[in-house]
Design a protein around this ligand. Structure first.
Ligand SMILES: [Zn+2]
Length: 154
């Protein structure tokens, strides 16, 4: 999997930056519903899962922002990691709302609720994936681990 999401998109009507990640997601600034779709949620959940496994943190040590999707991903990493290490623990919704409110939006105020909704959507997807991982039979885990070991030695 690519470690970056090379997807940029602007609303054709109002030029707002956003990613149309679901069929029900309109432009957050003008409300236009486009035909354009990009499966950002699946990508983002995959990145978060990989980060946690590789770095034991949702935030990778370095992340190059080369697209608007990369920018969104970096904000999601921050929200997920802050929630993971929160002390005392709080709900994901609470943490997402707090961080989104604290960010500087300037002329992109429309991004505020957009990012909040996106974070919740990615959170639900990630939980689903984690459950699938946990339900995987142990034997296939071993096989995969051995396969990875073999590859890395070549
Ligand atoms: Zn628009």
């Amino acid at each position: 999997m690519s470690h970056h999401i090379a997807y940029d998109h602007q609303c054709p009507d109002c030029q707002a930056w956003y990613v149309p990640y679901d069929v029900t997601v309109p432009c957050p600034q003008c409300g236009l519903v486009e035909k354009e779709r990009f499966d950002f949620v699946r990508y983002a959940a995959g990145l978060l899962r990989t980060n946690l496994r590789k770095y034991h943190s949702y935030s990778p040590p370095a992340w190059y922002v080369g697209s608007y999707s990369d920018h969104l991903a970096s904000l999601l990493f921050m929200i997920f990691e802050a929630h993971r290490v929160a002390n005392p623990p709080c709900s994901f919704e609470e943490m997402a709302r707090e961080i989104v409110n604290r960010l500087e939006w300037r002329d992109q105020e429309y991004g505020k609720d957009y990012l909040y909704q996106l974070a919740l959507r990615v959170h639900a997807e990630l939980e689903k994936r984690m459950e699938e991982d946990a339900a995987e039979p142990a034997v296939s885990w071993w096989r995969r681990l051995l396969g990875r070991f073999g590859r890395s030695r070549r």
